[in-house]
Design a protein around this ligand. Structure first.
Ligand code: GDP
Length: 304
């Protein structure tokens, strides 16, 4: 069996992951989640990208909100607000159940991989979902006022402070997920870099010691999909962050960050490909409907 390994952040990545899950047999798809966004909050271990992928692949994502779980209620947050508690990071009642289960499992010694897979399976996810590492990696953002934990910058400060630097605390000590390294050794058919934020979703995965080398060493095509269309992010701070760090936001700028790692780059018709060394393919990359996701997944897989 030859597997496809998709590297993903949250919302943009999960859209393509869902498309891939529609067209590949479940045993042929491994989705690797960024855990640099993870944090501890209200005593709970929260893994936003794992959860976005889990909910999306399970068909339980909240499409109205664009994050979190479907059919959500907010009684706990309302009660917490009445107590004067911290409510800047919104956690729905059903979502809280997942965080309680994960926190309890991690405290009792289960790995992040084990609890992620157990929860995903219970919710009906058939593909394999792997955190990049079982060890903590924490993305931090340096702003003009100093360093902020990622979620403090992203959610509490709503991305307002300018980004001077991005760091992945703990990454040098983190061990790559052994299941990912094993899958990379087993001659995968392709590595797909989903249309996720390169700076805070994909680069943390690539920064875990051993992962980049194993991707290059496995010999499979490495196909990235641009998260930038017409110079703009579809959602979120990707373009803003690139600009803050001194790069004009474009699809090509993202490809250039990935550099020699890429063999193929999928970008929107009309976007400028100047300077990209990978083989460029054009496809409609905006995924609004399930059909869009499936079509892009097929276009990507046709390159493998
Ligand atoms: P986050 O962890 O929730 O921020 O999610 P990701 O890093 O996975 O995704 C954020 C990126 O996804 C942004 O750069 C968006 O531009 C991109 N994105 C979201 N939807 C789409 C889409 O439909 N098509 C493409 N090509 N990119 C998308």
């Amino acid at each position: 069996m030859s597997r496809v390994i998709a590297l993903s952040g949250g919302i943009g990545g999960a859209k393509l992951a869902l498309g891939l899950a529609q067209v590949l047999p479940a045993e042929e798809l491994i989705v690797v989640a960024n855990t640099g966004d993870d944090f501890e909050h209200l005593g709970l271990s929260i893994s936003p990208d794992i959860d976005t992928l889990t909910y999306t692949l399970a068909g339980l994502d909240n499409q109205a909100l664009g994050w979190g779980r479907r059919d959500e209620s907010w009684a706990c947050m309302d009660a917490l607000a009445a107590l004067g508690g911290e409510t800047w990071f919104r956690l729905g009642d059903r979502d809280l159940a997942l965080h309680l289960e994960r926190t309890q499992a991690l405290r009792s010694g289960e790995t992040l991989t084990a609890v992620t897979q157990r929860i995903a399976a219970r919710l009906g996810v058939l593909a394999t979902l792997l955190p990049m590492s079982n060890d903590p990696v924490r993305t931090r953002i340096r702003t003009p006022e100093g360093w902020l934990d990622f979620q403090h910058w992203f959610v509490r400060e709503q991305c307002r402070p300018a980004v001077c630097e991005v760091a992945f605390q703990g990454v040098n000590e983190a061990r790559a997920n052994p299941a990912l390294l094993a899958a990379l050794r087993a001659k995968p058919r392709a590595i797909i870099i989903c249309p996720s934020n390169p700076l805070i979703s994909v680069e943390p995965i690539l920064a875990v010691p051993g992962i980049r080398e194993a991707i290059i060493g496995c010999g499979a095509p490495v196909i990235a999909v641009s998260p930038i269309i017409g110079g703009q992010a579809v959602k979120g701070p990707t373009a803003r962050m690139l600009a803050d760090l001194g790069t004009a936001p474009s699809a090509a700028a993202v490809a250039l960050r990935y550099g020699a790692l890429l063999t193929h780059y999928v970008m929107e018709h009309g976007d400028d490909a100047t300077g990209i060394s990978a083989a460029v393919s054009r496809a409609p990359t905006l995924m609004r409907t399930l059909e869009d996701k499936v079509a892009l997944a097929r276009a990507v897989l046709s390159l493998a």
